[in-house]
Design a protein around this ligand. Structure first.
Ligand SMILES: C[S@@+](CC[C@H](N)C(=O)[O-])C[C@H]1O[C@@H](n2cnc3c(N)ncnc32)[C@H](O)[C@@H]1O
Length: 286
């Protein structure tokens, strides 16, 4: 889920939150869709990839193993702190890393991964950012934040280049807490209204983003597949579950649709688990 994230400031993503969610994101990604991505694109000896809203580079760390031996990534992010963290995290993740001509060149499990970092505001400069002739346009945990128009533009620009598209971990509206609480439904309803709030891109698509993505690429003649990447949080995931509940309650509080006393009562419950629905989307050109 992207939209309930604890944030450093409005529309800014907290580094600690991204670190906390990364292992759960990686284990939750749809294996079927990953295999399909690998089958379709993994045979190419060289591939160029654009990652939108890269955060600290989690999507690269999860997706690069599915692709071929020579990869050229452009990581786009508006937050300078996250780009700096991305460099550090990728250097730690790789077996070796060196700077070369403004790029970071990583070696990991027999793959050579050249990474360029671009600071850009996707909400303002989307078409310019997409204008890189990538073979694959990708993102993770981004598309529920963006607007219908943003999704339409991405699909149109990707289709114009006959490139492939893959996005992981788009929130799809499913949310269940363990144990249940009598206020769950009231909070869920308030949260739904928060989901469509502007996250910097205009009215957010929220949980209908996966459907909008599929429809837009389907319309462009792409072969679209979806996979389930829901978070199943249980024992061992306490820190993420707690942060998630706090972020969820903060979003609900902002709507003022649930009385504070009810919210406090809901927050007082120790949660042992949660299910947060996500969808992965792969679109292959005709
Ligand atoms: C939920 S985080 C996901 C980060 C990363 N893709 C991951 O999976 O960990 C959403 C990311 O989109 C970035 N973002 C949000 N609005 C943006 C914009 N207008 N331009 C560029 N990046 C943006 C945020 O800074 C954040 O890093």
């Amino acid at each position: 889920m992207s939209a309930t994230s604890p944030r450093a400031a409005a529309h800014d993503f907290d580094l600690a939150w991204l670190d906390l969610r990364e292992p759960v994101d990686h284990r939750s990604r749809s294996e079927d869709l990953g295999r399909e991505l690998s089958r379709r694109l993994g045979q190419r000896t060289s591939i160029s990839v654009l990652d939108m809203g890269c955060g600290t580079g989690s999507n690269l760390r999860a997706t690069a193993p599915l692709l071929g031996p020579e990869q050229h990534w452009t990581l786009v992010e508006k937050d300078e702190r996250l780009l700096e963290a991305a460099v550090a995290r990728l250097c730690t993740w790789a077996a070796s890393a060196e700077r070369s001509g403004g790029r970071l060149v990583l070696n990991k499990e027999g793959k050579r991964i050249a990474v360029r970092f671009a600071r850009a505001d996707l909400a303002r400069d989307l078409e310019q950012v997409l204008d890189v002739d990538a073979d694959l346009y990708t993102a993770s945990a981004l598309f529920d934040l963006v607007s219908d128009d943003f999704i339409a533009t991405v699909a149109a620009e990707v289709a114009r280049r006959r490139a492939a598209f893959f996005t992981a971990l788009t929130y799809n509206g499913v949310q269940r807490w363990t144990p249940k609480h009598e206020a769950d439904a009231a909070l869920a309803s308030a949260f739904r209204s928060h989901q469509s709030r502007d996250k910097g891109f205009g009215v957010a698509a929220g949980p209908i983003a996966p459907a909008l993505l599929s429809a837009a690429f389907d319309e462009a003649g792409y072969t679209v597949s979806e996979g389930d990447s829901g978070w199943h949080l249980s024992a061992g995931d306490e820190a993420l579950t707690e942060a998630l509940a706090a972020g969820f309650a903060a979003a609900v509080r902002e709507t003022r649709l649930v009385p504070d006393v009810k919210l406090r009562d809901w927050l007082a419950v120790g949660r042992s688990g949660a299910l947060v629905g996500h969808t992965d989307t792969l679109a292959i050109p005709p």
